[in-house]
Design a protein around this ligand. Structure first.
Ligand code: ARG
Length: 274
């Protein structure tokens, strides 16, 4: 073997060893980056709070006992396009904002109206539904046809809602005599037929859905009392989450999902805040 080929063999050996070392390092690296990849892919789970007696927006499916509805499907669709997961939690409507502030939940999806007072306590997304309050009475009540007819009457409302606020304002004005406050919508509607309450002030699409579901013992009277818009709420300062919700909402409004959900839950086209 001449000197040249010996040198060649040594060079080859060195190259082989170097190559092996590189492979080992590369494998190690790729394994590591895979791990990191998995870590990053594991989606965040946000806790979503809702008061689930508010069909068609949020209610318990009687067959599965799971909370479902327009708001729930919408927040799930937003989660999917924004790359996070949600866990739905039922609670009293008046417990939602305290739960956000205390960190027990991350998002409120509960037909919550965007208003000035709440905006001081929480941050709202862009509006996702147009709504408003309506007056409902027992079907045989011919006396009450508008807010003006509430003089001396008893009005039932859900705790912590804009309906409750409206009824209490009417009481302060000396129109409504008594305001009865209930935790859930079914219980409050029942007061109309029992005769405990003369009227109910509640969100129009919800009272409408209640009637549509077979409760023809009650009816909606007069014009809507106001116009309101629902937003998802997060704790003050949760800017990143708020941005994820807003961009996700925009995406599902553009990709057809939002329109499908309006139809699925029998909501009118003008519910869409375009
Ligand atoms: N829109 C009304 C409000 O913000 C009523 C909402 C009630 N929502 C519910 N899931 N019960 O006060």
């Amino acid at each position: 073997m001449n000197r040249r080929s010996k040198l060649g063999q040594i060079a080859l050996a060195v190259l082989l060893v170097l190559g092996l070392m590189l492979t080992v390092v590369a494998c190690g690296n790729s394994e590591q980056s895979n791990n990191e990849g998995n870590e990053a892919e594991k989606p965040v789970v946000y806790k979503v709070g809702t008061e689930p007696t508010f069909a068609p927006f949020e209610y318990k499916d009687i067959e599965t006992d799971e909370i479902t509805g327009f708001d729930i499907d919408l927040i799930k669709a937003i989660a999917e396009v924004s790359g996070f997961e949600v866990e739905i939690q039922g609670m009293g409507f008046d417990a939602l904002i305290p739960a956000l502030q205390g960190g027990t939940i991350d998002i409120v999806a509960s037909g919550m109206t965007i208003d000035e007072e709440r905006s001081k306590q929480v941050d709202f997304t862009a509006p996702y539904v147009n709504s408003g309050l309506a007056l409902a009475v027992a079907v045989n009540n011919e006396e009450i046809n508008s807010v003006e007819d509430l003089q001396g009457k008893t009005v039932a409302v859900q705790i912590g809602t804009t309906g409750a606020k409206k009824a209490n304002a009417l009481k302060d004005e000396g129109i409504v005599k008594k305001v009865l406050t209930y935790d859930t919508i079914d219980v409050l509607m029942a007061e109309l037929t029992k005769g405990t309450a003369d009227a109910v002030i509640n969100d129009l699409p919800v009272t409408q859905e209640f009637i549509n579901k077979g409760h023809h013992e009650i009816k909606i009277v007069g014009e809507p009392l106001d116009s309101e818009q629902y937003g998802f709420a997060v704790a003050k300062g949760k800017t990143e989450l708020l941005e994820k919700l807003n961009s996700g909402l925009q995406t599902v409004m553009e990709n057809g999902t939002y329109a499908e959900l309006l139809e699925k839950y029998n909501l009118p086209e003008n519910a869409w805040p375009k």
